[in-house]
Design a protein around this ligand. Sequence first.
Ligand SMILES: Cc1ncc(COP(=O)(O)O)c(C=O)c1O
Length: 386
Amino acid sequence: MANPYLPAPSVGAPAPAAGQLLPMFSTFVHPSAAQRVCNVLASTYLSEGKLVQEFEARLSAELGMRHPAALNSGTSALHLALEVAGIGAGDEVILAPQTFIASALTVVQVGARPVFADIQYDTGNIDPADIEHRITPRTKAIMAVHWGGYPCDLTEIQAIADRHGLVVIEDAAHSPGATYQGQAIGSISDFTCFSFQAIKHLTTGDGGALCARSPELAREVFRRRWFGIDRASSPVNELGEREYDLTDVGYKYHLSDYAAALGLANLDGFAGRMTARRARVQQYRDGLRRVPGLTHFVHQPDRESAHWLFGFHVENRLGFIRALRARGVAASVVHDGIDHNALFGGKRPDLTRQRHFDETQIHIPLHDALTAEQAAYIVDIIKQGW
Ligand SMILES: Cc1ncc(COP(=O)(O)O)c(C=O)c1O
């Protein structure tokens, strides 16, 4: 069966048909996924089982993740990381506002307070130089969100964390497959949280993974993702009851086998799809090198983005969005600084680079179904001006 999400071989002009938009995102479903998921349904073993284990083993072997625990969402991964790190009522967590609300929402869910630090205007990531003066006796963690898949300055962030005894939690929802100084994202900090939601690089429909660097904390993650019960050391007795003594709060956050089947299918060819994504990025960078009114984000040679997004800054942003839309191409800010939400205390004027970023950032389509011809068309229409 042909996969409807894979790009059709290009023929002739790649411009979208009238009334159609080249979308910002696509959902990749591998051609083998339907059969694999059907096999799970036929087996009637739907919940967390062998396929979840196999998925975790492949996340380790193929994406370099350390002790990945497969979960039902990236939000669950963030929440569980905060819980296992022991962050709770009265504590503070420092993070950048340039993210999705899930990052700060989970901080509020554990009873702690999100404290926003400013970003680097040229990446959207937290600025390490704006962290230290925000640390108080209540600060327990730094949450580093890799905006669009581009890794934060982890060496500087870890150095600050070490000086002040803080935990580092990476929100790597956009970053499976990214590397920092030669190391895989998912193998570096105390905790790293991934999302496998539908429009991410690697999807299980909804899902996520939490990597804890230390084996002890990883054991805690595995125990507390399933109610707080250690399955391995809680045998079922003759009465048919599982023996355990619940000592702390756990959650029902595990991934299920039918979702893992989709994840396993989508891991096939993942590296090749990332290569194609990097090629589209290079095409955009080369094609848009000297366009008046457009300023590129910075990419340091010591790290490789996962390229979930392709973003830059533009003058007259609304004009840009309308010009692309008129020629059949979507463009989006994806997310603005989340500090503006009342729950998080409202917009902070002192975060000047975030405020500037809010006004100029924009992203253009980048996903597995985007062809070289479509990218060339997008470059072409941008170069025509807005
Ligand atoms: C930066 C960031 N963190 C966390 C999440 C939450 O992930 P999920 O939707 O899998 O819960 C998202 C979702 O898109 C995100 O963009």
